[in-house]
Design a protein around this ligand. Sequence first.
Ligand code: ADP
Ligand code: LRH
Length: 465
Amino acid sequence: MKAVVLAVDLGAESGRVMAGEISDGIHLVEMSRFLNKPKEKNGHLRWDMESLWAGILKGFKTAADKYGDLIKSISFDTWAVDFALIDKDGNIIEEAVCYRDPRTDGLPEKIEQAYGKDFIWQRTGIRNLPFNTVFQLIALNEARPETLKKADWMLMIPDFLAWKTCGMASNEWTNASSTGIASPSGHGWDHELIEKLGLGGLSIFDKPLTKSGEILGNVSGEVAKITGLSTDVKVLTCASHDTASAAALTPEGDGQVFISSGTWSLMGMISDGPLMSQEAKKALLSNELAWDGRSRPLKNIMGLWVLQNCRRTWNEEQSAHLDYPEIVELARSANDVDLVLDVDDPVFFNQHTSEDPFADRVVKWFADRQVNLPDDPGSVSRAVMQGLAHAYANTLREIEKVSGQKAQAVTILGGGGRNQLLVELTQALCDCPVRTGAFEATSLGNAAIQAYALDLIKREQIASF
Ligand code: ADP
Ligand code: LRH
């Protein structure tokens, strides 16, 4: 082993610290894993940063004990769109609100009415999703403009965690590209757009973007003291948008389609430039940035979120103890169910609550269409997985049309690849090979970009992991 890099990778369901042991390739070893559950605080649904930070420090400590001076660097990747605000003196003046908080309800429609339907898309190549950073900022500006005025930095979650670890603030470019206020080329914030949306004059937008694979600083004395890490350990940017870290592993070449399948399913490709045609807009693509400055046009599909929350219904409301492999087997047995759920229906956006159990929502969705879906976990899971496989196949056709490229292969990256039934259902609907890539693709992409930045692996290795 030549060296170790630590990948901190937070998903909406769980977070982990992974040690990437670098030799000829990268071998990931789990240092800590912890649940991620947002909670109500100061009037909003917010990420529980204290408990996430505790899980991260635990992972750092385990890593320091195990690898000592072999550890060269740390980097952070998480879901996109959410942010904390920091003032000039380094005080946190706004803790991150979870993108499932209803504060942006109705805002995209309001902006579309005021400025035209394609206004944000034409400048940024980003589809109007209600939770996008741009709408969160507009909501905050309407509710508490003084907070925004006081802010010096808007730190996306991975930028925030890097700042907590090394004291250096930054805005990493893959994550900035998902906000709906940056240019699709990676060149920076779109000041004309910002001005028009009433967000002009804010200090948070006078900062340049930082590329993936840059050194920000060293682990602070405080973090070193708590964890046993050396202050020689560097803190780097990776592709801090988790989807961009996963997508970095997409095989090179024409027609290579990725699905980053975790809580969300992000399906797309790496292209030399953004896909900005009317067709691309109609296909609901978003042109985010790839780690190396190319484009990452993709479609957000609601994904395994639906299955996660059905599982919560069974385990939390019905005292079951179903894990994912069991759920997959139950769904496999329910092979007489040929129903297809529209997993992207907005009724599935809000998380499970005991008052509005998620699995019941799925059964009701079919009942509203005069179709009977038995309410056992196997039948419900089967309809969800079939829905997701259809969403993948339909999106594949749209991507082929918009890009003008025939798909050569689809690579399913992330936890969704562990669901063999989902892979088989997808393969049955796609006329090109469907393969699985790394199950921990977001962590692996994170580690690979660090290893490349430190000259420990070759660039062409990244897309071959
Ligand atoms: P995120 O990082 O967004 O939280 P992950 O990439 O960790 O997501 O993927 C989590 C999802 O992967 C789970 O919601 C589940 O649907 C699926 N999954 C994880 N482990 C398994 C397994 N052993 N069998 C089937 N599906 C699994
Ligand atoms: C996946 C993801 C996705 C975003 C969503 C908010 O984790 O980063 O790419 O659209 O979270």
